[in-house]
Write a protein that binds this ligand. Structure first.
Ligand SMILES: Nc1ncnc2c1ncn2[C@@H]1O[C@H](COP(=O)(O)OP(=O)(O)O)[C@@H](O)[C@H]1O
Ligand SMILES: [Mg+2]
Length: 315
């Protein structure tokens, strides 16, 4: 199965306010797929429909090849939905909370004990299992919420802005857990209103604005979507003039700009048709430079996002 989610011509209106209009895209199996758009773009509406909490008014949605309306119970077993608002049972301990959901999914006590130990280990919350949820930091509460979603071992995770409101450390920890989940074979569909937050994590991304898909495809394709140009940031151990010369001599290179204050940080733009990131890296190393990191240029990514979405305040 190539596509775990297959959305065709989905539309959804609240009374006469159209929140989602005619969106079509797919999510590949075992990928991390970002769902990005400004507030009010229609992300939560789409996720609720995928989670079978809202009925699609138009269009067809397949999950694991099954129609979401006709095969609701099948779909519910396959998915783990983490809503944006976390109405937790705050008077409960972490263990009681997970045990409650395990029981709701029909797991017996022995099975629950095992599953809960597993999901607590995975989310790095084992040491907190007897803590009251109320007293946990937001980052930890998000991890408990994620643990809850994993209790019935779903193959597809639908996560609505799980990183929002987290401090940088908690966000990085969450991203690491999601990468681990992908390694375990899960497909992850994750929303955010900040594209750069998901850039490193995601294989693919769908950008939504005012209920319309503006881009769907690989993250790499998005970075180059403003034409044939791509951008990256190369960080060396120190400024290295021979490496700059070697980079400037590459066919397809457009600009090579060392940082004014930190010459070891070099911003590059290049024609993706004629030059690969691999060739750039090889040229720098062959010239004798020592490379610290090589990444997509986030500023460039933010610009791509701004270009694809319209300005203006929304709900
Ligand atoms: N229950 C609702 N009733 C009426 N309008 C809603 C409701 N939920 C969302 N909307 C509207 O639908 C649009 C999309 O909302 P939403 O799906 O929550 O977007 P996002 O998650 O991208 O911020 C917004 O304009 C929002 O105000
Ligand atoms: Mg939302």
């Amino acid at each position: 199965m190539d596509h775990v989610i297959d959305i065709r011509n989905l539309r959804h209106a609240y009374k006469n306010h159209v929140a989602v209009q005619d969106i079509t895209f797919t999510v590949a199996a075992r990928s991390i797929h970002g769902f990005v758009g400004p507030n009010g773009a229609g992300k939560t509406t789409t996720l609720k429909i995928l989670a079978t909490l809202l009925k699609p008014q138009n269009g067809r949605i397949g999950i694991f090849g099954q129609d979401i309306v006709g095969m609701r119970n099948f779909v519910r077993r396959k998915i783990g939905y983490m809503p944006d608002h976390f109405s937790m049972y705050r008077q409960m301990t972490v263990f009681e909370y997970l045990d409650f959901f395990g029981a709701a999914y029909g797991l017996g006590q022995l099975q629950r004990d095992k599953v809960i130990a597993d999901v607590l280990a995975l989310t790095d919350m084992a040491g907190r299992k007897d803590d009251f949820i109320q007293g946990l930091s937001r980052g930890m509460q998000q991890r408990v919420s994620l643990a809850r979603v994993l209790v019935h071992d779903p193959e597809l995770l639908l996560l609505d802005e799980p990183a929002s409101g987290l401090d940088p450390r908690a966000r990085i920890e969450l991203m690491e857990i999601l990468q681990e989940l992908r390694r375990l074979g899960k497909t992850i569909f994750i929303s955010s209103h900040i594209l750069s937050e998901l850039a490193e994590l995601c294989d693919a991304v769908t950008i939504l604005d005012r209920g319309t898909v503006k881009y769907t495809g690989s993250m790499r394709g998005l970075i180059a979507s403003d034409g044939a140009e791509s951008a990256c940031l190369l960080t060396l151990t120190a400024g290295h003039p021979p490496a700059l010369d070697a980079l400037r001599a590459l066919p397809g290179i457009k600009t090579v700009t060392p940082g004014a204050e930190s010459p070891a940080e070099i911003a590059l733009t290049f024609e993706k048709e004629h030059l690969s990131p691999n060739a750039i890296l090889t040229a720098a190393i062959s010239a004798g430079a020592q490379v610290v990191s090589f990444t997509e240029d986030v500023k460039h990514l933010n610009q791509a996002f701004m270009d694809l979405t319209e300005p203006g305040v929304r709900t």
